[in-house]
Write a protein that binds this ligand. Structure first.
Ligand code: AQP
Length: 364
């Protein structure tokens, strides 16, 4: 595999840990909490380059730095919106294979399927009894996703509570997230505080880890007003990590730009062109303005082909490894089963403690 050069380019970026419950984070040492990182990804489709640069590459860095990391394919979250069962099952396999192909190493982290550890759903119920409806109703993701729905599924309303349970079950202290998820981490912090105040200290403070630099959100190639998404019905809106070269060329050619032919970086005024520049910048580690000056001799039409070349080269090792891995579903299953066993042993301890403190167990 030739992944190392691809990944080392990005090691210089910084992550900031922001405590979102107060402006002054409580150092872990003072409360005796062990640093542990938890993050999840929904198997709602093929992982795209936004998922990679926005999440998975950070996961790999953290794992390689020797942090205590737990990553989950969060299938229970994915069913908050309707999924076709056979496709979901296939997506779980593909998503796991994409994570492994991107360098997630199950020997350096715990990688598991959320629904295999039933304690997530159980703790979620206890936390749901502490959460209030007005607080959940104010979360921006809920408002966004439900605005056009006639009948809003309860799961969509309550999934941030499940997300809190995901984190708290492992007493995780740090959660790498995009900025759109900050309020959800704030909810987890709030539920942890509420639980601790009512039942005695159990859960450590939780910090959101947000990237300090770089592009927070890659935009859709077909509608630069939207972010790139796995579940966007138009596959041309995203570059999948495992797209074949000719598919990447086609998608880049079809990417929406504008009527100006120069390659200039204006993320607000020229969102489509800026997204293409962001892609090259993320893949090469060069700042956007350098990408522009190196392409000042060509128009946006030719630039699209250069973008395609960079993407093809960058994604080649991931695609090749993915193609190798998906031929062996039993290996992927065994990786997830092993991860579930390890996750379960941590989750079980927290769940026993929670049951005892809440009183939902027989006293001896
Ligand atoms: N466009 C993006 N740019 C940068 N980062 C992104 N992430 C998602 N889209 C972009 C990051 O990828 C991780 C995946 O999170 P998720 O699967 O739980 O859900 P999501 O954020 O809703 O991702 P998608 O791809 O948009 O999926 P669907 O279509 O199912 O909603 C997160 O860390 C996210 O920040």
């Amino acid at each position: 595999m030739h992944r190392s050069s691809f990944c080392t380019k990005f090691l210089k970026r910084k992550l900031s840990s922001s405590s979102i419950s107060s402006s002054k984070p409580i150092p872990n040492e003072t409360i005796g909490a062990k640093k542990r990182i938890f993050s999840g990804i929904q198997p709602t489709g093929s992982l795209h380059i936004g998922n990679y640069f926005g999440a998975v590459r950070r996961w790999k860095e953290l794992q390689d730095e020797g942090e205590d990391v737990i990553f989950s394919v969060v299938d229970l979250h994915s069913i908050t919106l309707r999924q076709e069962p056979k496709e979901l099952s296939r997506n779980i396999l593909n998503c796991t294979a994409s994570l492994l192909a991107s360098g997630i190493n199950a020997e350096k982290c715990i990688l598991f399927l959320q629904s295999s550890v039933s304690r997530h759903a159980e703790l979620s119920w206890v936390l749901a009894c502490l959460a209030t409806m007005p607080r959940l109703g104010h979360l921006p993701q809920y408002k966004e996703k439900s605005v056009s729905m006639k009948e809003i599924p309860l799961g969509l309303f309550i999934y941030p509570v499940l997300q809190s349970a995901d984190i708290m079950l492992y007493k995780a202290t740090h959660v790498p997230v995009g900025e759109d998820q900050l309020q959800h981490i704030q909810l987890a912090q709030h539920l942890g505080n509420t639980f601790n105040a009512r039942y005695g200290h159990t859960f450590p403070p939780i910090k959101a880890m947000v990237e300090e630099s770089g592009v927070a959100r890659l935009r859709s190639l077909r509608n630069p007003e939207k972010k790139m998404s796995k579940s966007d019905p138009d596959p041309k809106s995203r570059i999948s990590l495992v797209d074949e070269p000719k598919v990447i060329v086609e998608k880049c050619k079809k990417a929406i730009t504008d009527f100006t032919s120069e390659v200039t970086y204006d993320p607000e005024g020229r969102r489509g062109v800026a997204t293409l520049i962001d892609l090259v910048s993320l893949c090469t580690g060069k700042p956007p303005h350098q990408v522009c000056s190196e392409n000042s001799d060509i128009d946006t039409g030719k630039f699209k082909l250069r973008v395609a070349d960079v993407l093809i080269e960058t994604l080649k090792p991931i695609r090749e490894e993915y193609n190798r891995l998906v031929k062996d579903p039993s290996h992927i299953k065994s990786v997830l089963d092993n991860g579930a066993e390890r996750a379960h042993s941590i989750a079980d301890k927290t769940w026993s403690e929670v049951r005892k403190k809440v009183g939902i167990t027989l006293q001896k």
